[in-house]
Design a protein around this ligand. Structure first.
Ligand SMILES: [Zn+2]
Length: 44
């Protein structure tokens, strides 16, 4: 499953750690990326 951190907006892939937390900033609110209508492409 693919998620996006609601704080730092980075893509987060959850493994089987048993915890829901952004590995980049430690934030615990992740947004599910399920909507096919929303496509954000980072060009950096
Ligand atoms: Zn984050």
């Amino acid at each position: 499953m693919s998620y996006k951190c609601s704080r730092c907006k980075r893509d987060v892939t959850l493994d089987e750690y048993g915890g829901v937390r952004c590995p980049y900033c430690g934030h615990r609110v992740l947004l599910k990326e399920r909507s096919p209508d929303v496509k954000e492409i980072d060009v950096k």
